[in-house]
Design a protein around this ligand. Sequence first.
Ligand SMILES: Cc1cc2nc3c(=O)[nH]c(=O)nc-3n(C[C@H](O)[C@H](O)[C@H](O)COP(=O)(O)O)c2cc1C
Length: 359
Amino acid sequence: MKLLEQIKIGNYTLKNSMVMAPMTRSRANFDGIVGDNTVLYYTQRVSAGLIISEAINISKQAIGSPLTPGIYTSEQISAWKKITQAVHEKGGVIYAQLWHTGRVGHSLVKNGEKPVSPSPLAIEGQQHFTSEGMKDYETPRELSIEEIKNIVQDYKQAAINAMEAGFDGVELHSAFGYLPNQFLAESVNQRNDQYGGNTENRNRFVLEIMQEMIKAIGSDKVAIRISPTSTYNSIIHQNPLEQFTALIEDLNKMPLSYIHIMNVPFPADKFPLYPANSVETFGKLTQHKVIANCGYTKETGEEELEKGIAKLISYGTLFLANPDLPKRFELNAELNQPDRATMYGGQDQGYTDYPFLNQ
Ligand SMILES: Cc1cc2nc3c(=O)[nH]c(=O)nc-3n(C[C@H](O)[C@H](O)[C@H](O)COP(=O)(O)O)c2cc1C
């Protein structure tokens, strides 16, 4: 089975081609510090060839949701050290997913600070979870050029901090409508300066972050996640083919460890210009190893690898509910079902108590 074959990513040989997808679990404390239950959660899943951490806030400003972890204070970095050490002791490889939520937040979870974005346009048709329940999104504050440059530096510092915390690499979360994705999309980015107005300018923020992170932590340690067809968080591209083709061509000039492509379903009647299959369309353009994601099973994951475009498959909910997923695939064993009620927030239930096969 290709899913169980070894593969090289950057300088690491992974024990199989199955990746644990990044998953926010909202179990840090109020200071964004992860605890011992998180050490257990990740080490339970160490049979994944690669673990990508939950999204980690790069700064205080980056926070969008309560109880999500950070990597910008020494206490936060020390807490992550325990996790990377434990994962390494058990022979695992772990990347940190770096996160700035931009406009996907609320002043109620940001100490009264307004969310920020390339342009002052609110997310419509969705609400945000806050300490006072679900709330409509606020109109974000438009970032100045100086602030944008500072955020690029925050990503660079977060990448340095991730290395200090013992992570094997970093993945830029440029998917699902968070800040880098906001810069890529016309529905959010209506700037007329060097960060908006045309394809090249909309890509600039992402490319600058990637360049800075590579300069800071070295080649083959930096990766990116994209979701060209996701409409979540009011992301609409006029021409995703043009936008992401240009992005991938520029990323091809950089020494990345992988590109993680989310193949998100979308209403095809509403978006006739959207490519039907992002892994196929954009995977073919990249020179980097492709991790494919969204809705794969053992069978469809194996079929995807057989096609040859994607070299690895990432699994979200299946890894959440099955700490020993590779073993279960190998033995064709039954799978635990994920419990949606305990996905975000809570204690050990639905976090570290999913049974292993022999339990
Ligand atoms: C509880 C939960 C939290 C998630 N948090 C993140 C996240 O922090 N970063 C991210 O890029 N994707 C996040 N995702 C999306 C997953 O990485 C993945 O793309 C999604 O679950 C689809 O893959 P699957 O069909 O294998 O579950 C999350 C998904 C779930 C279920």
